[in-house]
Design a protein around this ligand. Structure first.
Ligand code: NAD
Length: 486
């Protein structure tokens, strides 16, 4: 199907204090369209000097912003949320240009991002401290002041360029911080429009600065002494480098990293719904490129063969193709390196004895130039094998049988990750029991949606530290000062 959507990438700039720079000292990045394998834009990249300029600018803007009445911060964020909604079609287009996410999916991230923005707008004038008082001899009045940190360094990855901004920037601003944001160089287009709308909403210049940049720019941001806290979304290898860099200055961090989330399917579940959910989530909508996806399906032996067969059938019928086609559910993976990495994991899974049920190859024919992979399902996956232990970040689902609930929990908890866990059951007691026992930052039962803003999201183990969402999400951007008055 052909569509009339314009596929021309927009120009990208560096945003410092309301100024737009068309080039940076970090050189340029040739943006590759993953649907065609062709370079479609040259992206200017910030280097250390622009990072320094942006941080100095955010630092200078901090005093005014922290003293801006909270209700005014709320009003500006509400205006930004409305602008996100008003620009939904363009954000969907840019999301698809950024990384090949199908337009039906990138479009869905826009209202979600507006909701994250509105939710934290609502917190801007609702943070409060505690009061303790004891009177009489030696008494004192004590209270706490929740205060913003100052400049927050925000580093995000490429798989959800708009929602990642919305999960970090509004909460940081609502709390009274200013920000310097470094989106992934792979996905610069959504951030450009976000910066335009921040300006249009009327935020004071310097409160939000946004710099497309390579890893070197991220490192410069982390190391900058005026950056008071870093919040990062990406992979564990980068997170370790960031932690090392932050150790020197004792700088606090939030790390939102990867996962290998278990999805426990019991015989009493609605199996049709469970198979649809598992397959579309892990293989379909983001081609497996999501941190919290249920990529490890653990299935009760009694329904194992039935579930494997149903999942394979659903997987074979996922519409894959041109991400600008609104009927498409699954697009390419982000780049050639990702494609090669995923194919390597597929080959090693076979050598490890997993049973390939469907998929396993790059797509040929009219899609051969893009980075398309067949939705791939492995059954009988050894819980200790690479496929069960390591995030693929591609459309590969691992299925393993279990005999008892205890065994299922033991397998689920036996990876170094702990981002999300999923349970499919109609036994209420079991659901609550497993919510307690599963080692993960969240447990989602019977298809509860990911990324609900009122719920704190964030992992344990090598899935990270810190939360986004809920009250915990704004508290990450406030530090507590205690006051005592004799
Ligand atoms: P990555 O870690 O390679 O890069 C992420 C960002 O870090 C990019 O902007 C990059 O330029 C920057 N960067 C790289 N090196 C840096 C350094 N030394 N200092 C500072 N910044 C640096 O990301 P990736 O591995 O391609 O991203 C995919 C990962 O992100 C997956 O593991 C996925 O699970 C995870 N992820 C997590 C969440 C979450 O909320 N938990 C959401 C989306 C993706």
């Amino acid at each position: 199907m052909t569509t009339s959507i314009d596929r021309t990438p927009p120009a990208v700039t560096l945003r410092i204090g309301g100024e737009k720079l068309t080039s940076g000292s970090g050189g340029t990045h040739g943006h590759v369209n993953p649907a065609t394998g062709q370079v479609d834009a040259d992206i200017p990249l910030a280097g250390a000097s622009e990072v320094d300029q942006a941080v100095q600018t955010a630092h200078a803007a901090f005093d005014g912003w922290r003293k801006t009445p909270p209700a005014e911060r709320r009003r500006l964020l509400m205006r930004l949320a409305d602008l996100l909604d008003e620009n939904a079609a363009e954000f969907a287009r840019r999301g698809t240009l950024d990384n090949g996410t199908p337009i039906s999916v990138s479009g869905g991230f826009v209202p979600l991002s507006a909701e994250w923005t509105r939710y934290y707008a609502g917190w801007a004038d609702k943070t409060s401290g505690d009061l303790t008082a004891s009177f009489g001899n030696g008494g004192e009045l004590g209270y706490t002041l929740p205060q913003p940190y100052g400049v927050i360094g925000i580093i995000i990855t490429w798989n959800g360029p708009l929602i990642s901004l919305a999960m970090k920037v509004p909460a940081a601003l609502a709390a009274g911080n200013t920000v310097v944001v470094k989106p992934s160089e792979l996905t610069p287009f959504s951030g450009e429009l976000f910066a335009d709308l921040v300006e249009q909403a009327g935020f004071p210049a310097g409160v939000v600065n946004l710099l497309p940049g390579a890893p070197e720019a991220g490192a410069a941001l982390v190391e900058h002494p005026l950056v008071q806290k870093v919040t990062f979304t990406g992979g564990p290898a980068t997170a370790r480098k960031i932690l090392h860099a932050c150790a020197e200055q004792m700088k606090p961090v939030v790390l939102e990293l990867g996962g290998k989330s278990a999805n426990l399917v019991f015989e009493d579940a609605d199996l049709t719904a469970a198979c649809q959910h598992a397959t579309f989530m892990s293989l379909g909508t983001l081609s497996g490129q999501g941190c919290a996806l249920p990529t490890r399906m653990l299935v009760a032996r009694a329904v194992y063969d039935q579930v494997v067969a149903t999942v394979a059938e659903v997987a074979k019928n996922i519409p894959i193709g041109d991400p600008f086609d609104p009927t498409i559910i699954s697009g390419p993976v982000v780049n050639e390196a990702a494609l090669e990495r995923i194919l390597g994991m597929i080959e090693r899974a076979k050598l490890d004895g997993a049973r390939l049920v469907t998929g396993g190859a790059r797509l040929e024919g009219p899609l051969a130039d893009g980075y398309y992979l067949e939705p791939t399902v492995f059954a009988d996956v050894d819980p200790q094998s690479e496929l069960a232990q390591t995030e693929v970040f591609g459309p590969v689902l691992a299925i393993t049988p279990f005999d008892t609930e205890e065994e299922a929990v033991a397998i689920a908890n036996a990876t170094p990750y702990g981002l999300s866990a999923y349970v499919q059951t109609n036994d209420l007691k079991r659901a609550h029991r497993l919510a307690e026992e599963l080692e993960a930052g969240e447990v989602l039962v019977n298809g509860a949606a990911n990324l609900a803003v009122h719920r704190p999201f964030g992992g344990v183990g090598i899935s990270g530290v810190g939360k986004e969402g809920g009250r915990a999400g704004i508290e990450e951007f406030l530090r507590t000062k205690a006051v005592g008055i004799a």
